[in-house]
Ligand binder design. Structure first.
Ligand code: PNS
Length: 167
């Protein structure tokens, strides 16, 4: 396999969570640069637009400087990897229940493009139950998401559901 210094972390990021932040931080401790690849799928209805999701990631990851870039893709993930010049992606595993889907995805991607490798990092215990979909359920009901998402995302959720006066 060709050596690479760049890894892509792909996903929906609707929205970015503390679990994603941990995955990004730990991937940056292994690879020189990380590209967060946000899927732009007009057929799938997302809470945040592609521009909003990317802006939140940029805002929350500003401290990483130019070691981190945020991009978007709408076709096959393996094609996006090649487009940005790497063959490595990193995904997080929270629980055994993630494994089935993640293994399927890794195997399909391997079949589509045998040179692409998927690396998995196991989520920290405190993030093992954190997911964007749980955040999307809790936030509109006024639940506290401050332990689940970065402060910028928490503020964006408040604005989204309760208007500008909420933040
Ligand atoms: O954060 P998510 O929603 O679990 O991310 C899923 C994502 C975007 C990584 C996956 O749906 C994807 O790679 N979509 C692009 C289409 C593709 O390449 N499909 C083949 C592999 S499943």
């Amino acid at each position: 396999m060709p050596r690479t210094e760049v890894a892509v972390i792909p996903g929906s990021f609707d929205p970015l969570t503390n679990g994603h932040m941990d995955l990004i931080t730990r991937t940056l401790s292994i690879f020189d640069r990380v590209i967060v690849g946000v899927i732009s799928n007009p057929a799938k209805s997302c809470l945040f637009t592609i521009e909003e999701r990317m802006a939140l990631i940029r805002g929350c990851c500003a401290a990483f400087g130019d070691r981190l870039a945020v991009g978007s893709f709408s076709g096959l993930l393996v094609d996006y990897l090649k487009q940005v010049g790497t063959l490595v992606m990193v995904r997080g595993l929270r629980a055994i229940s993630d494994f089935d889907y993640e293994a399927q995805m890794a195997l399909i991607n391997k079949r589509l493009s045998p040179e692409v490798e998927t690396f998995f990092l196991v989520a920290r215990e405190e993030n093992s139950y954190v997911s964007s979909s749980l955040v999307r359920q809790i936030a509109p009901l006024g639940g506290d998401v401050s332990k689940l998402v970065p402060p910028l995302v928490e503020a964006a959720l408040k604005r989204k559901f309760f208007g500008d006066s909420a933040t």
